[in-house]
Design a protein around this ligand. Structure first.
Ligand code: FAD
Length: 274
């Protein structure tokens, strides 16, 4: 079976913690290589990521990787977080620039994710396996795909070990991106980020903000199902499983599921992949 990882976000309430625990237990049967936990840049979830990483590591026994973003943070804050994560026993990080909520705060000491990767390497040597983000459909703020690819390569040159893509529903975008990255001299694994579909209207809103395209035919199909949540679930799981199958057959080195603290949507896809 291809290596898997699952991404969670930090719960803030007891109810959300229970949901995370339940989902983590269910997803454990798939023996993920690691799980990761997102980080709220310059905002309210700042303090919940370490707590969640500790929970995923100590209570659930996962190799747990915190996401760490530099936007809005100082070098000293990042240094403290790195020490904290070493203390918890983390060996892997997802290093990001992040996004500041609009109109909020100062940009921070490090401007781009490449600067953060270089800082982590300078501070901690080879202790952490560093993952970075990349964008087969191009980052929404990038001028064009090739400029964005150069910025991606800068993160690898700064010391990143592998990359996780933004999610997409068009496998060709991934294959083209990998070809372009290889031609540009990027040799690290590029792992597709897979977004199982649970709440379609939420997904559409989110996709607009992060620049991920949902094909028109998928939108129209979903609209056709109206309130038939059973039909939507089946169609969504088939769609994402077919995408995963193509990615695996095309040589993807692993799959990273944006589980978002739910087990069932990822499991519905994995069940279809055996
Ligand atoms: P960068 O690689 O720094 O790139 C950001 C933009 O700047 C791009 O358009 C790039 O082309 C451009 N750029 C880079 N370098 C330069 C340069 N030298 N000069 C000019 N332009 C440049 N967000 C969170 O807040 N928390 C999370 O936990 C989180 N997890 C994520 C996990 C994954 C797998 C992915 C794909 C995204 C995640 N994000 C998260 C979202 C991410 O923070 C945003 O997409 C953010 O806008 C960019 O982060 P980055 O690390 O890709 O930034």
């Amino acid at each position: 079976m291809i290596p898997l990882s699952f991404e969670f976000y930090p719960p803030k309430t007891d109810e959300q913690r229970t949901q995370l625990d339940r989902s983590a237990e269910r997803l454990k049967v798939h023996a993920p290589e690691y799980v990761s936990c997102t980080f709220g840049a310059g905002g309210s979830t700042l303090s919940y990521t370490p707590e969640t990483v500790r929970r995923l590591h100590q209570r659930h026994g996962f190799d747990a990787a915190p996401h760490l973003s530099c936007v809005g943070g100082t070098r000293e804050e990042i240094r403290k977080l790195l020490a904290l994560y070493r203390g918890i026993g983390c060996r892997r990080l997802v290093a990001l620039r992040g996004d500041l909520p609009s109109g909020m705060g100062r940009p921070g000491d490090l401007r781009y994710a490449a600067d953060l990767v270089a800082f982590i390497r300078a501070e901690t040597g080879s202790h952490f396996h560093i993952e970075v983000a990349c964008y087969p459909e191009t980052h929404p703020q990038a001028d064009d795909a090739l400029t964005d690819l150069r910025h991606f390569k800068a993160k690898i040159d700064a010391g990143a070990d592998s990359a996780i893509t933004q999610y997409f529903y068009n496998a060709d975008a991934y294959f083209q991106f990998v070809d372009d990255a290889r031609a540009a001299g990027v040799e690290v694994p590029i792992v597709p980020g897979v977004m199982p579909i649970s709440n379609f209207s939420q997904l559409r809103r989110f996709s607009e903000a992060c620049g991920a395209e949902i094909p028109r035919w998928v939108v129209k199909r979903m609209q056709g199902y109206g309130d038939d949540s059973g039909a939507i679930r089946e169609f969504a799981a088939d769609l994402v499983a077919r995408l995963c199958r193509r990615l695996i057959d095309g040589g993807a080195p692993a799959l990273h599921f944006y589980a978002l603290n739910l087990a069932r949507p990822s499991q519905a896809v994995l069940a279809r992949l055996d």
